[in-house]
Design a protein around this ligand. Structure first.
Ligand code: AHM
Ligand code: MG
Length: 336
């Protein structure tokens, strides 16, 4: 079987469908190259000396793992000199990273969570990299980019995706023309289009949530999970299965593959009132992918992609996946 490469796919999208500019195409190629390097480091594990913590904390007060920091550096270095970016932002950096003056600059803004699912690094469970691409506002031309220039709703993303470092390394991408899955061919070093036009099943009987937080949830989420647990004799009339990998990338990948609903809802904890996941480099790119695959993504009553961000590291409740279940959860929030 002969597969199309990522490069071929992107050139087609640029030439024939005008879905990407030349700048964005090169940017995605660079990000995907960095993900290959991260995948390589991840797969070495203890042999590469990359496991364990560094003893430092990031801006959100989380202990940084060696791989969090290494992956962040790989992405920064790969993307700095290409000439297609104005600035970058990352889960691991307090504020934005401007392109140094000795490199040419472009129009795009890149946001990423360099290594998502950090709690799974040392236990050899799937982890990933999540990224989102925005354009710098036109009025920012000729002046220094600021953090405020990044605060755009998810609907403005021009591309988004993730790399998953699992039994296979894959890159799942959208440029606003559907969702494509590329598998890394390690011998050739290329990304091959193995999953064309991924569609998310509209119905599901599988949910993903960290049940240990049950006592903190808001009423609509409790109601939904309670109904799921009642099985086929309950109001939903189905027996539900549950999965929780604790790597958003892996949970979303499963949902894109066979359907399901993923929830990290806002809850009543003082620190978690807004949820755990970050809007700009976790929730927005994943919501863009899920919507492009025919699913839905909400923070409770509203669509995630419509949220006007007010801070780079803002947190948000996340409910995403198969259309019917997410719409049901949205109704429960509206009724509450
Ligand atoms: P991270 O970016 O620090 O790795 O945190 C995000 C991760 C998600 O991948 C995952 O869905 C969630 O945190 C798991 O949280 P918990 O350990 O509370 O279940
Ligand atoms: Mg993360």
């Amino acid at each position: 079987m002969k597969y199309k490469t990522l490069t071929q796919y992107l050139v087609e999208q640029q030439r024939e469908h005008k879905a990407v500019s030349a700048e964005v195409r090169l940017l995605i190629e660079t990000v995907s190259r960095a993900c290959k390097a991260i995948s390589h480091a991840v797969s070495k594990g203890a042999l590469g000396g990359v496991l364990g913590s560094l003893g430092t904390e990031n801006v959100q007060g989380e202990v940084q793992k060696k791989l969090d920091v290494l992956s962040n550096e790989i992405l920064l270095e790969a993307n700095e000199w290409g000439g297609n970016l104005a600035a970058m932002a990352s889960e691991e950096m307090q504020t934005i990273h401007r392109i140094p003056n000795h490199y040419p600059k472009g129009q795009n803004l890149l946001l990423f969570d360099p290594l998502d699912g950090s709690s799974n690094i040392d236990v050899n469970v799937s982890i990933g990299t999540i990224f989102s691409v925005l354009q710098a506002p036109a009025e920012a031309a000729g002046r220094e980019i600021s953090e405020a220039d990044f605060l755009q709703p998810g609907t403005r993303q021009v591309a988004a995706g993730y790399a998953i470092y699992g039994p296979q390394t894959m890159l799942v991408l959208t440029v606003g023309a559907g969702v494509m899955g590329f598998t890394l061919d390690r011998e050739m070093g290329s990304w091959l289009l193995t999953h064309e036009n991924i569609r998310l099943p509209e119905q599901t009987a599988e949910f993903a949530i960290n049940m240990s937080n049950l006592r903190h949830w808001e009423a609509p989420v409790r109601r939904y999970i309670d109904e799921c647990l009642q099985g086929e004799t309950g109001p939903l009339g189905k027996n539900y299965n549950m999965r929780w990998i604790a790597s958003m990338v892996a949970d979303v990948h499963r949902i894109l593959t066979r359907g399901g609903v993923f929830m990290y809802p806002r809850d009543a904890r003082a620190s978690g009132r807004k949820g755990k996941l970050r809007l700009m480099y976790e929730a927005n790119p994943m919501s863009f992918l899920v919507e492009q695959a025919g699913g839905r993504a909400i923070d409770g009553a509203g669509r995630i992609l419509d949220i006007q961000p007010d801070a780079l590291h803002q947190r948000v409740g996340v409910i995403l996946g198969s259309r019917e279940e997410v719409e049901r959860l949205q109704r429960y929030h509206q009724e509450a």
